[in-house]
Design a protein around this ligand. Structure first.
Ligand SMILES: Cc1cc2nc3c(=O)[nH]c(=O)nc-3n(C[C@H](O)[C@H](O)[C@H](O)COP(=O)(O)O)c2cc1C
Length: 190
């Protein structure tokens, strides 16, 4: 079965990301198309990028990079939680994406966006641009308004939307796994 990696993007104490990741994990388990793993960037605790070589080389000097590489490499699809900080993605998420290259390539990614005024959509758009630079295939985004969650909680349409996104990830993960098996890795275009 393909493996889905759910990646949190925030690290602060008391963050909403913990509950949202748990909801997404449970729904993805029940969806049934994937083995599901959660990568919590607070636990993974990467320092700011400290590798001397470019990520595209795959030459890593540090154990923390090799550990992060192994987690991302074994995934066939990603669901990235994009919290919105100052109209963009969070620093820990950008840092975690910058650390690697080949491990992301030719894999589908969906975004579970959350925030206040724009439900995290501006962050998801930014993350999608970065994902393209890493030769990932963005499949879609599910936006969550924290105001609405606070006032009325999660609604059935949120679950439906996330299921549809998981359907899309499953569809592309098969095609892209075949592509990865049949082709040479990409050179990084900077
Ligand atoms: C530093 C910071 C900047 C924020 N900037 C925005 C923003 O630009 N747009 C928005 O909709 N929400 C913004 N928020 C609200 C967050 O989206 C909201 O607090 C969310 O819960 C953050 O995710 P977290 O709880 O997992 O850290 C900001 C929050 C923080 C802490």
């Amino acid at each position: 079965m393909p493996r889905l990696l759910i990646i949190t993007s925030t690290t602060r104490p008391g963050r909403a990301g913990t509950d949202i990741a748990a909801w997404a994990r449970d729904l993805a388990h029940a969806h049934g198309a994937f083995d599901v793993e959660v990568a919590d960037l607070a636990e993974i605790d990467l320092p700011f990028l400290d590798e001397p070589e470019h990520a595209g080389s795959g030459v890593y000097a540090h154990d923390h990079t090799r550990a992060w590489s192994a987690i991302v490499d074994r995934a066939d699809a990603f669901l990235i939680l994009t919290a919105e900080y100052n109209r963009g993605i969070t620093a820990p998420l950008k840092n975690a994406m910058d650390y690697l290259y080949r491990e992301w390539n030719d894999k589908p990614v969906g975004f579970l966006a959350y925030g206040m005024s724009s439900s995290g959509l501006r962050a998801a758009e930014m993350a999608s641009q970065i994902a393209v630079a890493l030769a990932m295939v963005p499949v879609g985004v599910v936006p969550l308004s924290l105001r609405q969650l606070r006032d009325t909680g999660l609604a059935p349409h949120h679950e439906d939307s996330l299921r549809e996104l998981l359907d899309g990830l499953a569809r592309y993960s098969g095609v892209l796994a075949a592509l990865r098996a049949d082709s040479q890795p990409l050179e990084q275009v900077a």
